[in-house]
Each structure stands twice: as C-alpha cells, then as structure tokens.
Write a protein that binds this ligand. Sequence first.
Ligand code: CUA
Length: 352
Amino acid sequence: MRRRLDRHNDLLRSLFAFALVCVVFMGRVGTVFGDPDGVTSIFRPLAQPAQEIKETSLLVLVICAVIFLIMFGLLVYSLIRFRHRPGDEASEPPQIYGSNQIEMAWTVLPILIVFVLILVTSRTIADIQNRKASPGALQATVTGHQWWWEIRYPELGIVTANELHVPASDQSRRRPTFLKLQSADVAHSFWVPQLAGKTDLIPNRENRMWIDPTQPGTYLGNCAEYCGTQHARMLIRVIVHPPVEFERWVTEQRRPAAEEPTALEGRRVFFRNSCVNCHTIRGTSAQGAFGPDLTHLMSRQTLASGAGLNTTETLRAWVRDPQRLKIGCLMPNMQMTDTEVDQIVSYLQTLK
Ligand code: CUA
C-alpha cells in the first residue's frame, strides 16, 4: 500500500514538473511571437531569405509537434490505463510478441518523415545558397573584428562600421545586397534575424550571404558566435533606406571628412595622440586600419558597436576611458585631460 502511494506521488510530481516546464516554455515562445519590441524574432521575418527560413522552420516544428503529441498522448494513456492495481503483484501482464504490420509501420513511417524533412530543408538551403548576384545588386564586404564590424562597399568607395546601409527592393526593381564575410581575428557570426539566417565569419576564409529587404527601417542583429569578452556588445544595425534616400546616403558618405575651422584645437590633439595609428579619417593623414573608420562618425546611430547611443555624453565617456564603457575593448585609455577630451569630442562631432 505504502509503495503504491509513493509511486503515485512520483508520477504526480513528474507530471507537475513537466507541466511547469511547458508553462515556462510557452511563456518564452509568447515573448518571441508577441513582444512589441521583439525585433530579433525569427518568427517575424521582413525580408528574404528570412521568410523562406521561417516557412521551413514552421513546417519542421509542426511535424515535430505532431510526433510529440502522439507519443506523449500514448505515454500518458499507458501510464494511466496500465497503472499498478491491487492484486497485480502475483501475475505478469500478458506478453505480446512481434506483429509484422506494427513493426513495418514504425520502421517505414519514421523513414518517410525523415525524408520529407531532408527534402524540404535541402531545397531551402540550395535555394538560398545558390542565389547569384543580379547585375544591379549591391556588394559589400563585412569584416568581423574584436568587437566591431567593418563594412566596405568596394564599388562605391565607402568604408563605415557597425551599420550596414542598404536600399530596399521594390516590385519594379529588386536590389538585393550580397555580402562577403571575413574575419580579422577570430570566428564571428553575422546574424540579423528578421533579414536572414546566421553566417559565420572565419579567419582566412570568405563566406557569402545575401539579403533582400523590401521594408525600410532599422534591423537589429548581433554577433552569434562567442568571440571573446565583448561578444555581447558586438551589435549590428542594418538600415534599409528607400532607394532615393540610399543614393543620398551614398553621396554623403563618399565625401572626404569635413574640415570645420571651429574644431582646429581638437584636430591637433587628435593628430598629436596615437588615435591616428588605428583610425582612418579620409582626406587627412590619419590612415590607421586597426579601428573603425571615423570619416563620417556622426552619421552613425551608436558608438562602440552598439555599446551606447551616439550622444555627446557617450562619446565623451568613450574617449575619456573606453574601458569603462566596454571592458576589454582594444582601444586603450589615452589618459587625456578633461580639456583634451572636450577638444577631441568637439572635433569628432564635426565628422558628419
Ligand atoms: Cu564577434 Cu561574437
């Protein structure tokens, strides 16, 4: 009697634990589907190839959910229907051996299901990977660094960082962007969930991917491969412009750096310090290639690869001591005085 009660309690406890896990999981799924700021949801794609990936994922999820429900239903049914009853101690349950039909069914059916899954996923993968760049497509090279993104448009002569600007496609004119992905140090992974799947950036290797968004806006993404201390602050923004606005952005970015007479002092401080060894400002003698290009720094929305918004306070904090804003980052504290920091900040703010 005692043993039976214990077993009952164990069963109840397991069911309760399972229910709890389900509730927690559903809560998570709820935020993925319904969070108004859930900008990083793969379930709300706004471009190809993310749309295609979502459709395949949903099909796979539905097939797996049906299998799960059937299996779990049978399990629960058996647990209740064939539970231990008084008087069971003396007898063995009936032993049933091989039925050819049943064995054929549970061998053939899973094989068919696996084949469906293989065919569907390989079709999606081939569709995405074999896409060739059409003549009008935009080309950009993204290089992963610890911990920021270098973005070059070789055909346009533009270099920027952490924000990939692309034109939106429309029905009359498709203009996808084809990306070459490289790494300057360790493995990173480029992931903007609403636009496309993840693609790794591997040292000494060139990977490719493409995006074809139709809706203008800002899309958030992040590095999806652990790459060191500041992996979490290696955020990326893809800014999708209407075509005309994109052309305007290109024209502005192609200009060399502005030279404002108001910031001469700051300019001098910048060029006297070792800032120039790491940063490029086009049209000046600063030609460093180790850190982000600063030619149009003020046109960016964030600083330090998304560590903070591009405001005067954040810029000042960043120049004063980068290690406070982004511990472990490769820009050292230059030990400048308050006046020097202010001067450099006012110079940087002329780089529009
Ligand atoms: Cu770069 Cu993680």
